[in-house]
Design a protein around this ligand. Structure first.
Ligand SMILES: [Zn+2]
Length: 276
């Protein structure tokens, strides 16, 4: 499943091709994604200029003067970029083609849990869109630090891993990265969020930024796959310290990594390095 690092790498791959360029063609072949794709997107977007391609959480936001196209990759979605002259014919899971300058951008989504929605400027700031309004701070926002995490976890008695997954304090820490950042910070995933003191919040905030930065770096090295006939889904992962390593030796202390289930999702951790 694409996580924040995949979406950020996608943004970095597509932005140079589309920003400040006009949409020449816009073809939707499948309108049944997680929510129906608006029927009038082509009419709204053809001839209009993409001002900026940015990201909020896992939402890729195509900003136009008259509104924002909201794209979410769901479980299996990916945007691919082709020089228009070399794009192959669309396959059965290639639902949307966008022609911009001499590029073709193609949305592929086999499971169709992704989304493509339109938010007109006259409906108000995009930040207040129902999908975006309750998102926590961006991990790369300057305001995100241990103090922010400390303040955001007061009164939250759920396990810290669960609180990270809600995205209400900070976005971008999905199931894989939650295990990884808690290992990096030496924090037990079961500890109640409100029990973390300032020192552990500092370590956790630093780990969030480090792990996501490293993941984006790994993805950045696969950027060429976005502009390639061979480009498959291109999801990537750090060389995980704990995720899906149940029973394998901890790379720091050699203890067997444990797997537990929290909120029906697997969590991996080292009982020694993350003893409290
Ligand atoms: Zn260990």
């Amino acid at each position: 499943m694409p996580e924040l690092p995949e979406v950020e790498v996608t943004r970095r791959a597509l932005a140079p091709a589309v920003e400040r360029q006009r949409v020449d063609t816009f073809e939707v072949r499948e309108f049944r994604l997680r929510w129906p794709v608006p029927r009038d997107l082509a009419a709204r977007l053809i001839g209009r200029r993409v001002e900026r391609l940015w990201r909020r959480g896992k939402y890729l936001l195509w900003e136009f003067e008259h509104g924002t196209l909201i794209s979410h990759l769901g479980m299996s979605g990916a945007w691919r970029l082709w020089p228009a002259w070399s794009a192959p014919p669309p396959g059965p899971h290639d639902h949307v083609d966008v022609g911009v300058s001499h590029w073709l951008l193609r949305l592929t989504d086999p499971r169709r849990f992704g989304a493509l929605l339109w938010h007109p400027t006259k409906s108000g700031p995009i930040a207040q869109h129902p999908l975006l309004a309750s998102l926590g701070l961006e991990p790369f926002d300057r305001r995100f630090d241990g103090e922010w995490l400390y303040a955001g976890t007061r009164g939250r008695s759920a396990a810290i891993k669960q609180v990270l997954l809600t995205g209400q304090v900070v976005v971008g820490v999905g199931n894989i990265y939650a295990s990884e950042v808690l290992f990096r910070a030496g924090i037990n995933p079961k500890v109640a969020a409100c029990r973390l003191g300032p020192a552990r919040c500092d370590r956790l905030a630093a780990a969030v930024v480090e792990v996501l930065t490293e993941a984006i770096g790994v993805g950045g090295s696969t950027l060429r796959d976005f502009v390639s006939a061979a480009g498959d889904a291109g999801y990537f992962m750090l060389d995980a310290a704990v995720y899906e390593r149940e029973g394998a030796p901890c790379r720091v202390c050699g203890t067997a990594i444990l797997r537990i289930v929290q909120g029906q999702r697997s969590t991996y951790y080292c009982p020694v390095c993350q003893h409290n």
